[in-house]
Design a protein around this ligand. Structure first.
Ligand SMILES: NC(=O)c1ccc[n+]([C@@H]2O[C@H](COP(=O)([O-])OP(=O)(O)OC[C@H]3O[C@@H](n4cnc5c(N)ncnc54)[C@H](OP(=O)(O)O)[C@@H]3O)[C@@H](O)[C@H]2O)c1
Length: 301
C-alpha cells in the first residue's frame, strides 16, 4: 500500500528538491504519494508540481489549524521554514513549533525537519547573532521534547549564494571573489536543487539510520581557491580570490557570525568532516569536485 508524504516548501528550493528526489527514486516513487504545500495553489510553481502528479494543498505555517488539516493522513512530513520572510527568530520558531505540534496531533510517524546547528550553544556564546541557525535548532529541540519521531537534515552553505560574492572587473575580462574566509578554508556546500532531496530521500528509505540524528546535506567541501577554479571552469575567465578584512563585515552581525561559523567551526561544529562523510554513505554519494560546482542563480554571468 502506498503511504503519503506531505512536503512543505514544495514550490521552493529545498522542498522542490525533495519532491524530485522522491519522484526519481526507483522504490520511493512507488511507495510514496506526494502532497505538496503552498500558500497559493494558482502560482506557476504550484501548477508545475500538479503537472508532475503532486497533489497540491493550501496551508500556512503560521496557522496550526491549516497545517493540521493539510497533513491529515500523512505517514511522513518534510518541514522547512523560510527565516527570511520575516527575518526574526521568534517568527520562525513559532512556525516550526506549529508544524511540530500539528505533526504530533496528526500522529505523523516520521517528520523530516530541515534543521541547522545550534550555533550559540556550539560556540559557547561566542557567536550569538546567527538567528536563522539557532531558530531551526530550537525547533529541533522542541520536536525532540514532544517525542515526535524525526530525522534532522542540515543543509550546507547554498552554492547559489556564491555569485553574490563575485564581481566582474571593469573590463569584464576577469572576476574577483571576495570573502572573509582564508584561501584554504574548507566550506561544506550544497547544490540545493540537485542534491538536497537525496538526503531527505535517504531518511525515508532508511529511517533507522537517520531518526533522532543529524544528516549533513553537503554536496562536498570547497575552498575559496577551488570556487575560483570552478568560476573559471564555467566562464572561461580568470577569477582571483581576495580575503576580505573583518571591517568589511561590520554591517550585518548575522552575516558576520554566519561566515565566522564556517571559518572557525567548519559550519557544522566539531565532527563536521566525519558527519558529512557518513551522510554521503547514506545516499551512496561520492564527494564532488570543483568541476561539478554549479551556480544555480548565476544568470547575470
Ligand atoms: N542560504 C543558505 O546558504 C542556507 C543554508 C542553510 C539553510 N538555509 C535556510 O533555507 C531556508 C529557505 O529555504 P529555501 O531556499 O528552500 O526556500 P525558498 O526557495 O525561498 O522557498 C520557500 C518555500 O517556503 C514556502 N513558505 C514560505 N512561507 C510559508 C508559510 N508561511 N507557510 C507555508 N509555506 C511557506 C514557500 O511556499 P509558497 O510561497 O508557495 O507558499 C516556498 O515553497 C531559510 O530558512 C534559510 O535560513 C539557507
Amino acid at each position: 500500500m502506498t503511504k503519503l508524504i506531505t512536503v512543505f516548501g514544495s514550490t521552493g528550493n529545498q522542498g522542490g528538491s525533495v519532491v524530485r528526489a522522491i519522484l526519481n527514486h526507483p522504490t520511493l516513487s512507488k511507495e510514496w504519494k506526494i502532497r505538496g504545500i503552498t500558500r497559493n495553489i494558482n502560482k506557476p510553481d504550484a501548477q508545475a508540481m500538479v503537472a508532475k502528479g503532486v497533489e497540491m494543498v493550501q496551508a500556512d505555517l503560521s496557522s496550526k489549524s491549516s497545517i493540521l488539516s493539510a497533513i491529515q493522513g500523512s505517514s511522513a512530513v518534510f518541514g522547512v521554514t523560510n527565516y527570511w520572510e520575516k527575518g526574526t527568530l521568534e517568527h520562525e520558531v513559532m512556525q516550526g513549533k506549529n508544524l511540530a505540534d500539528a505533526a504530533k496531533e496528526a500522529g505523523v510517524e516520521h517528520l523530516v525537519w530541515s534543521s541547522l546547528p545550534y550555533v550559540s550553544r556550539i560556540t559557547e556564546g561566542k557567536l550569538v547573532n546567527l538567528h536563522h541557525f539557532d531558530s531551526k535548532a530550537m525547533v529541533e529541540d522542541y520536536v525532540k521534547e514532544l517525542g515526535v519521531l524525526a530525522s534532522f537534515v542540515l543543509p550546507a552553505y547554498f552554492m547559489s549564494n556564491i555569485p553574490n560574492s563575485i564581481k566582474p572587473d571593469k573590463s569584464g575580462q576577469s572576476y574577483s571573489l571576495s570573502w572573509l574566509f582564508h584561501p584554504d578554508t574548507a566550506i561544506p556546500m550544497l547544490d540545493v536543487p540537485r542534491d538536497f532531496g537525496k538526503f531527505v530521500a535517504a531518511c525515508l528509505a532508511n529511517p533507522s539510520a537517520t531518526l533522532g540524528k543529524h544528516t549533513l546535506a553537503a554536496s562536498g567541501w570547497f575552498t575559496p581557491l577551488e570556487v575560483c577554479k570552478a568560476v573559471e571552469n564555467v566562464t572561461g575567465k580568470k577569477c582571483e580570490f581576495h580575503e576580505a578584512p573583518i571591517e568589511d563585515y561590520q554591517g550585518s552581525k548575522e552575516l558576520f557570525d554566519n561566515l565566522m561559523m564556517i571559518r572557525e567551526y567548519d559550519y557544522y561544529g566539531s565532527g563536521a568532516k566525519a558527519g558529512v562523510k557518513s551522510s554521503h554513505e547514506l545516499v551512496e554519494k561520492k564527494p564532488c569536485t570543483y568541476r561539478e560546482v554549479s551556480f544555480p542563480n548565476a544568470t547575470e554571468w
